[in-house]
Design a protein around this ligand. Structure first.
Ligand SMILES: NC(=O)c1ccc[n+]([C@@H]2O[C@H](COP(=O)([O-])OP(=O)(O)OC[C@H]3O[C@@H](n4cnc5c(N)ncnc54)[C@H](O)[C@@H]3O)[C@@H](O)[C@H]2O)c1
Length: 260
């Protein structure tokens, strides 16, 4: 399976290098799609057209806007697409463009969280009474362009944890596009946007990024807590994410079991 990676940041960079170095048997790196940016010296650069000509799978590691713009083109070309910026699917038009039948297949990476497989199974068994996600990150990483200067200052200078938003997963995933894709991932796993409530907490003392998922429904009661080290280069992203993507690629390549 030949793989092209869209984006070469905290996720795309380590991911592309690991693929280049043979981390996933059966998967080979074609290159990184850089869209005019200076390509990294140690990785082959591709245009989107190059990638669509040679790759079986395109991995999106570039952000919600890039996924909305380029994802439909990948699928329309009949190529498979694996995404991390799941929050883009909170937009109904993007959701429709990425899930339309007759194209390449859409795959969602679990990204920074676990438990999605069990939540998806439980959602098939019966309805949910409640599903909640609380994401807590280092305060300074959560400042957003839509915040007023005063709110941005309060977030940066907070001396204790502050809840910045609590609401429907769809709204939270779009409001924190670099930090709350997991809200969309949980909603997509349980198969409903409206049942999932998400909260984002800015914690000046947080050295780890935490995601706590609690859910209760026909299948049972669940609680998952993830505490990830942030990426040293892009602290909005957890360092685990490129490795979650490698696992997703291995599953697509039919290599679920990989011993080191
Ligand atoms: N699902 C999850 O758990 C999860 C976790 C973390 C991040 N994410 C998502 O992953 C995205 C990427 O994270 P990151 O930490 O690697 O970000 P980053 O800022 O370190 O890197 C993003 C890269 O994408 C490139 N890029 C942006 N738009 C592009 C385009 N149109 N064409 C080609 N390249 C483009 C940038 O140049 C950069 O190289 C985040 O924006 C977020 O949406 C998801």
């Amino acid at each position: 399976m030949t793989v092209a990676v869209l984006g070469r940041g905290a996720i795309g960079g380590p991911l592309a290098r690991a693929l280049r170095d043979g981390a996933v048997p059966g998967a080979r790196l074609a290159g990184v799609i850089t869209r005019g940016a200076e390509p990294p010296a140690d990785l082959p650069a591709l245009t989107l057209a190059d990638a669509l000509a040679v790759a079986d799978l395109v991995v999106e590691a570039a952000g919600q806007d890039a996924l909305a713009e380029l994802g439909p083109k990948v699928l329309a070309a009949g190529k498979d697409l694996l995404v991390v910026s799941t929050g883009a699917l909170a937009d109904d038009a993007v959701f429709a463009a990425l899930t339309e039948p007759r194209q390449g297949r859409l795959h969602l990476s679990s990204g920074a969280v676990g438990g999605l497989d069990l939540l998806a199974a439980a959602g098939l068994m019966g309805p949910w009474r409640s599903v909640c996600l609380t994401t807590t990150k280092k305060a300074a990483t959560l400042v957003q362009p839509w915040m007023s200067p005063e709110q941005a200052r309060q977030v940066r200078e907070a001396d204790q944890p502050v809840e910045l938003m609590r609401g429907p997963a769809r709204e939270v995933a779009r409001s924190f596009p670099k930090s709350a894709n997991v809200a969309a991932s949980v909603a997509l796993a349980v198969g409903a946007w409206d049942v999932v409530e998400a909260a984002v907490v800015a914690d000046p003392a947080a050295s780890l990024t935490s995601h706590v998922i609690t859910a209760e429904g026909a299948a049972g009661r669940y609680r998952f807590e993830m505490c990830n080290h942030p990426s040293p280069t892009t602290p909005t992203t957890s360092g685990i994410v490129p490795y979650a993507v490698l696992r997703s690629i291995a599953a697509i390549a039919g290599r679920q079991v990989m011993f080191r």
